[in-house]
Design a protein around this ligand. Structure first.
Ligand code: ASP
Length: 345
């Protein structure tokens, strides 16, 4: 039987092995370079167009997918008109803007922050967690403390406009936390509009070196309970990347995505031979089957790209869109197929 000394020896060996892994980052076989035509970045929603362009400024010059998705995700994080990501994101029911973000490379290196306050670019803190700590996920005050130690600035992220929306919500909501999606309204041309109290930027990029990376960042559900964490910073739920297979990301009601390990499931389905679109559809159908009644009014969308740059998406409700940027087209916005084709089918 192992005595205490053996135990300590083994633990110390284990600890130095993980520190080595931390210092040296996880390494797998180098991926093969991709033809220029496969170099691509994709992002959730219409605000993905501007994010993709920032990512393409790096990818188009032969830069790395990881740098590209971080740069891209920072665009909606800084956009004051975007109330579901980063600064100006709608607060929780107590008026705190709490942000969730994750990042992952082709070698299973990943980092995330959840329920972090006062930091304008949580995606960059997530990357620091990945690159400068032996951990994957830091939350709340600990995440803030780490960000400050890393030189990030403490800022007020609640804008007057978001504060006004919160006060308006307080008048009618009776302090009930909000969870469900208010499925987007559409104008006559079928374009999404109207009030939506959540959305996330999920990005996937494939670079000229054949490397994949993904990023995901959000302020989560507006008016949520203080401390609520969605799918976006949970590796395997809101984001997953396997450099040998592909990557997936999600948007919509995070609780449903977490319950089904959504993005990991999409990647595993691609591993079994599904196309990105088939994989996204199957993951969506699991939620719909398991939550038959609730799924009529909630939204979940998956976006996936395989290691050859093929892209697919699928959502429960209509209105989910995704932006694609590559050497041919810089600002494409495509509608995702969905289970239901009218609002609240
Ligand atoms: N998935 C995000 C969350 O649950 C919200 C969204 O993408 O709509 O926090």
């Amino acid at each position: 039987m192992a005595n205490r000394r053996d135990f300590l020896k083994t633990s110390l060996l284990g600890a130095s092995a993980s520190l080595l892994a931390w210092g040296g980052r996880l390494k797998a076989a180098a991926p093969a370079a991709r033809p220029a035509a496969a170099v691509r970045v994709v992002s959730t929603w219409d605000f993905g167009i501007a994010a993709n362009q920032a990512a393409w400024a790096i990818l188009g010059k032969g830069g790395h997918a990881l740098d590209a998705v971080e740069a891209g995700a920072r665009v909606p994080e800084a956009d004051l008109k975007n109330h579901s990501v980063g600064r100006a994101g709608y607060p929780d029911r107590d008026g705190h803007v709490t942000l969730d973000a994750s990042i992952m490379d082709h070698n299973y290196n990943c980092g995330a922050v959840a329920a972090i306050e006062h930091i304008a670019h949580p995606i960059s803190v997530a990357r620091r967690v990945m690159e400068r700590t032996p951990h994957v996920l830091l939350v709340g005050d600990g995440a803030l403390q780490f960000a400050l130690e890393q030189g990030f600035k403490k800022e007020e992220l609640l804008t007057p406009e978001s504060e006004q929306a919160w006060h308006a919500w307080l008048k009618t909501a009776k302090y009930q936390p909000s969870i469900n999606s208010e499925v987007r309204d559409y104008d006559k041309a079928g374009r999404p509009g109207g009030a939506n109290n959540h959305d996330t930027i999920g990005m996937l990029a494939l670079d000229a070196h054949g490397k994949l990376a993904g990023a995901c960042t959000t302020s989560g559900m507006a008016w949520k309970l203080h401390g609520r964490v969605g799918d976006s910073p949970i590796i395997g739920a809101g984001l997953y990347v396997d450099g040998e297979i592909g990557g997936a990301t999600s948007t919509g009601v995070g609780e449903e995505v977490i319950r089904n390990a959504g993005s990991f499931l999409v990647v595993e389905l691609m591993r079994q031979g599904r196309t990105p679109q088939e994989a996204c559809k199957e993951a969506v159908m699991r939620i719909v089957k398991r939550r038959a009644e609730a799924s009529k009014t909630l939204q979940v969308g998956f976006l996936a790209m395989n290691r050859d740059g093929e892209v697919g998406a699928y959502a429960i409700q209509r209105g989910f869109s995704y932006a694609v940027c590559d050497a041919h087209k810089q600002d494409a916005l495509l509608p995702s197929p969905s289970v239901y084709t009218t609002n609240y089918s």
